[in-house]
Design a protein around this ligand. Structure first.
Ligand code: 3PG
Ligand code: MG
Length: 402
């Protein structure tokens, strides 16, 4: 309970906890409950200390109004299973249902409020509108614990404004995440290798910029690699391409060369003539990265590249990995992601620090059957960890320091 000591004795107090329970759903079935599991210890600790715990969270990106498919109801059920206790679910966020549920809580009990993004005030860019909504949230509680690491880069009412209205503390999950990110930033043990994937270069520009000055090697795969390959003068067929980033990629390659940072791109890729979907059976073919046929699109790094990437990771003492190497959801295009995940587990075994950075890559290692304990840390925040590594200020963290 050390983290929450600034709040004093929480017994009998209503504590609003912002968690990130934004999990992937297939209808109402949760396909990866990693974020819910990661949120349990803080909620449990507060409940054990006798707090009346009121959890607020978002799911997806609804446009400020209720939408069934974004309801947190399935999440409330799963949270209850994991806590081994009933979770009272409020069918609205700050309305009559929420007030009734909060009023009905006994010491040590837990409630979950409906998706906070069903209210336009949550994500409003207008300070007054956000503030008015934060007033309503704050009225439900006596104190605030910020534990939604995946949203600390968002200046939103339940992350930022509410902390200005209640006695507040950092939750254990946020504290643990920040601790690991600090180890990646302040004198990381070398060699420090970064693996980046995912679909868009444009999402990773800031982090590449920053890491080119910090990492020893940068391995690039995923959809974003085709913009790099094109920047090197190769044709990429129908692969994902961000034409407007070609110059930026060229500049990165140049800068890396000048500063002695090794950028490793795949030498072979797995292609198909269509993106995997529906009934069609995938027809994977391995081609050289400089010989992608005009009618093909790249869906994974190839087997030789998987081995190259693993070799480049073999002596790493610090690794940060964000973004899958291919369309890992489809078995035929999962080998590159599996090879990288496997290489990270070996870094852990050898006593190094391996960090899987959030969102898709975290879901990927679980979906591919890896034991979470085989990694030094699996972050619950994709965008948040990237922005931290970019050196940006995270509003949800700074607000806690005031
Ligand atoms: C995420 O999934 O990245 C976090 O839950 C934040 O969601 P957002 O990107 O919609 O703000
Ligand atoms: Mg996001």
């Amino acid at each position: 309970m050390g983290e929450y000591s600034s709040l004093g004795d929480v017994a009998g107090k209503r504590v609003l906890v912002r968690s990130d329970l934004n999990v992937p759903l297939d209808g109402t079935t949760i396909t990866d409950d990693g974020r819910i599991r990661a949120s349990v210890p803080t909620i449990q600790a507060l409940a054990a200390a006798g707090a009346r715990v009121v959890v607020t969270a978002h799911l997806g990106r609804p446009k400020g109004a209720p939408e069934d498919r974004y309801s947190l109801a399935p999440v409330a059920a799963r949270l209850g299973e994991l806590l081994g206790a009933d979770v009272a679910f409020a069918t609205d966020t700050v309305g009559d249902a929420a007030r009734a549920v909060v009023d009905g809580l006994a010491d040590g009990e837990v409630a979950l409020l409906e998706n906070v993004r069903f209210n336009p005030g949550e994500t409003s860019k207008d300070d007054a509108e956000r503030g008015a909504f934060a007033d309503q949230l704050a009225a439900l509680a006596d104190a605030f614990v910020s534990d939604g690491f995946g949203v600390v880069h968002r200046k939103q009412a339940s992350v930022y404004d509410v902390a200005q209205r209640l006695p507040h503390a950092m939750g254990g999950l946020v504290a643990a995440e920040i601790d690991v990110l600090r180890r990646l930033t302040v004198e990381p043990e070398r060699p420090y290798v970064v693996v980046l994937g995912g679909s868009k270069v444009s999402d990773k520009l800031g982090v590449i910029d920053n890491l080119l000055a910090k990492a020893d090697k940068l391995l690039i795969g995923g959809g974003m690699v085709f913009t790099f390959l094109k920047a090197q003068g190769h044709e990429v067929g129908k692969s994902l391409l961000e034409d407007d980033q070609l110059d930026t990629c060229r500049a990165y390659l140049q800068r890396a060369e000048e500063s002695g940072v090794q950028i490793l791109l795949p030498g072979d890729v797995v292609v198909d003539t269509a993106f995997p979907s529906g009934e069609r059976t995938p027809e994977p073919t391995v081609v050289a990265a400089d010989a992608i046929p005009a009618d093909a699109l790249g869906l994974d790094i190839g087997p030789a590249s998987g081995a190259d990437f693993a070799a480049a990771l073999a002596d790493a003492r610090t690794v940060f990995w964000n973004g899958p190497m291919g369309v890992f959801e489809v078995a035929q295009f999962a080998d590159g992601t599996r090879a990288v995940a496997d290489a990270l587990t070996k870094v852990t075994e050898a006593g190094g620090l391996s960090v899987v950075g959030g969102g898709d890559s975290a879901a990927a290692v679980r979906a591919l059957g890896f034991d979470e304990a085989a990694f030094g840390h699996i972050s619950t925040g994709g965008g948040a960890s990237l922005e931290y590594l970019e050196g940006k200020e995270l509003p949800g963290i700074t607000v806690l320091e005031d």
